[in-house]
Ligand binder design. Structure first.
Ligand SMILES: *Cc1c(COP(=O)(O)O)cnc(C)c1O
Length: 393
């Protein structure tokens, strides 16, 4: 795509797809070739000497993968994107690229469980200091930042959709020369563009909304800084976590409808959150689109729509919540989120199974909390399904 594509609106960038391949195909071909032919030894010598940029080997780069990378860079208002085999491959590659023994990473206390596990069980033993702080208190964050190399946070967070002031975090990181990264999985570039806030890197689990159909595993890193991008490209090449071209094709297919899907996720989730708040079996609804959510004011400022995830507390604790989930017929009991189909899960059995009592209390996760990833079905069918399951509680 040309530079002009960066001025196109999200709906257009998604639907039009990528033309960063040279055959004129409207849907990108799946280049399964693991290696690419040179015409002469002189060409190999030019490539080896850095005089010529081209495809050589799919672990280094692949046209199908790159087609999606160009599209995602434009959507996130960055200049360079990298696709990975999973969200965790993206996160771990970023850490390998920028952190080493003796460095400090300031990480939000509320993060995806797999991210926290990686920081605690892989970064710490490698001699990296991981300082986990509450990002809702900017004074605490500012005290932690001096001397840090990197900063990692999420907003909204899983599962109670707590909101962090993204532009404020970005400004603090810039002031203290700390490289910042945000996991933008829950919001997607349709809802918020953290690079515009001044965040240095955006990460996604493309397994969720970007793919959108529960049929691929993938990850993304995007930046606007070319120097940092080269470092990540080099690290991905060494660690080998690049996405497979088949899955890249599926991701491109998924992104075609991303803007449309997010609009429906936002509308369905807001309608269900409002309705759930009026149900007697529900003691609390966590959704940033509701005025009583602790992050509502900041969310209204920095997000375009409030996302597709709603958490509810069912009166009667774990037994009642389990009965509720087991009586759902349309909404599926499965981990993960962000697909066209609605999914439900109990955080005490999934994301927060290893969390301490204090950690759960901090994010208001109780034994009766149920997370709903609201899909794009008829909101009336979803409401009827929820109503019948609530009646069974
Ligand atoms: C799922 C998820 C991840 C991890 O991504 P994988 O694709 O499963 O490796 C990271 N962050 C968030 C917020 C997620 O939901």
């Amino acid at each position: 795509m040309t530079d002009d594509n960066n001025k196109l609106r999200d709906e257009t960038l998604c639907a039009r797809g990528s033309d960063a391949h040279d055959l004129g195909a409207v849907a990108p071909p799946i280049y399964l070739s693991s290696t690419f032919r040179f015409e002469s030894t002189a060409q190999v010598a030019d490539y080896a000497g850095g005089k010529r940029e081209r495809y050589q080997y799919t672990r280094y780069g692949n046209p199908t993968v790159e087609a999606v990378e160009v599209q995602l860079a434009a959507l996130e208002h960055g200049t360079r994107a990298f696709l990975f085999a999973s969200g965790m491959a993206a996160t771990s590659t970023w850490c390998h690229a920028f952190l080493g023994p003796g460095d400090k990473l300031v990480a939000a206390r509320q993060l995806y469980g797999g991210t926290t596990h990686f920081f605690e069980h892989f970064l710490r033993p490698a001699g990296i200091t991981v300082d986990r702080v509450d990002f809702s208190d900017l004074a605490i964050l500012e005290r932690a930042l001096p001397g840090a190399k990197g900063c990692w946070f999420e907003t909204p967070t899983n599962p109670t959709m707590r909101i962090v002031d993204g532009p404020a975090v970005a400004a603090l990181c810039r002031r203290h020369h700390v490289l910042s990264a945000i996991d933008n999985t829950f919001a997607t570039p349709i809802i918020q563009k953290p690079l515009d806030w001044g965040v240095d890197w955006v990460m996604h689990s493309a397994t969720k909304y970007l793919g959108g159909h529960a049929d691929l595993t993938g990850g993304v890193l995007v930046t606007g800084s070319d120097g940092d991008a080269a470092r990540v490209g080099e690290t991905r090449r060494s660690l080998g976590g690049i996405l497979d071209p088949h899955a890249a094709f599926l991701m491109h297919r998924g992104i075609k409808t991303l803007a449309l899907r997010m609009e429906r996720h936002n509308n369905n989730a807001l309608a269900l959150a409002r309705w759930l708040a009026g149900q007697p079996q529900v003691s609390r609804v966590h959704y940033p689109g509701l005025a009583d959510h602790p992050g509502h004011a900041i969310a209204a400022r920095q997000m375009k729509g409030f996302g597709g995830v709603v958490a509810v507390d069912i009166r009667g604790g774990y037994e009642a919540a389990a009965r509720f989930v087991d009586h759902l017929r349309v909404i599926i009991n499965a981990a993960s989120l962000g697909g066209v189909e609605s999914l439900v899960s109990l955080p005490v059995l999934t994301s927060h199974v290893h969390a301490t009592e204090a950690e759960r209390r901090e994010v208001a996760v109780t034994d009766g909390t149920v997370r709903i990833s609201v899909g794009i079905e008829s909101v009336d069918d979803l409401k009827a399904d929820l109503a019948a399951a609530l009646a069974a509680v």
